[in-house]
Design a protein around this ligand. Structure first.
Ligand code: BGC
Length: 247
């Protein structure tokens, strides 16, 4: 089934048609820069543009960098504060006149990795992290998602900073860290995560995951840690998988 998946990010809003049976993208990805400020109105307008570009009429899955409970957005770390308590799922459905599922962006990326990627059929506790503007986090326990984990905001007490202000890919670029320096920061972060959660597999996603050979070697933990297989397509593919009729 061809379903449109949309991934709202801090810097870009991306969409493509996805074959939900194979997890493959059926079209090129369209990327439009995230409007600034990223208010609900401006972002919904951009989503409508993407729907129009693909001449799409049907159910839609959307990932957003926020906690989402029952379709209502509850946090806004890298988008405008106007999203807090905003009924995003309902507003999107009204705007495109089709049913919509709105979920946290890391959760949808994890849904894709668990169905078609590095977490396929993996039992136990699997954690997925997306390294980008922020740090997205998701956890599956025996194939079931524990939604809305916000481990990008755990406090790194030696650094006196939120983890994503220390180890996200945005910080790597802003501070011009080399791979070893950034890898060292990731090492601190994942040692902390391992101590708190004892996962059985960690999957690293986000655009930078395609360069995994440059930084994964600096992460020294006992947990198996692997790059995402869908790389930066996971957000779009997972969104499509989460769309109302694709379940
Ligand atoms: C947000 C999360 C999101 C992550 C990745 C964080 O700042 O709080 O909800 O999953 O960024 O976009």
């Amino acid at each position: 089934m061809a379903i449109l998946g949309i991934d709202i990010g801090g810097t870009g809003i991306k969409g493509a048609l996805v074959d939900t049976e194979t997890g493959e993208m059926m079209t090129d990805r369209l990327r439009i820069p995230t409007p600034q400020p990223a208010t609900p109105k401006a972002v919904i307008k951009t989503v409508k543009k993407i729907v129009k570009h693909f001449d799409y009429a049907g159910p839609l899955g959307v990932g957003i960098p926020s906690v989402v409970i029952d379709g209502v957005v509850k946090s806004a770390a890298n988008i405008d504060d106007g999203w807090i308590d905003y009924p995003g799922q309902k507003a999107l459905a009204e705007a495109i006149r089709s049913p919509v599922t709105l979920l946290n962006d890391a959760d949808v990326a994890a849904i894709a990795e668990m169905r078609f990627g590095a977490g396929h059929h993996h039992p136990g506790v699997v954690m997925i992290f997306t390294l980008g503007t922020g740090i997205g986090s998701a956890m599956f326990v025996n194939g079931r998602l524990v939604p809305n984990l916000e481990l990008g905001h755990i406090f790194m007490r030696h650094q006196k900073k939120d983890a994503e202000e220390y180890a996200s890919d945005r910080i790597r670029q802003e501070k011009e860290l080399d791979w070893k320096q950034w890898g060292g920061r990731l090492n601190e972060y994942f040692q902390y995560i391992e101590a708190l959660f004892s996962p059985q597999l960690i999957i690293i996603g986000g655009g930078v995951s395609k360069k995994h050979q440059k930084f994964l070697k600096y992460i020294d933990i006992r947990t198996e840690i692997v790059p995402a297989q869908l790389l930066n397509q996971a957000g779009i593919v997972g969104a499509a998988l989460a769309a109302p009729s694709a379940a």
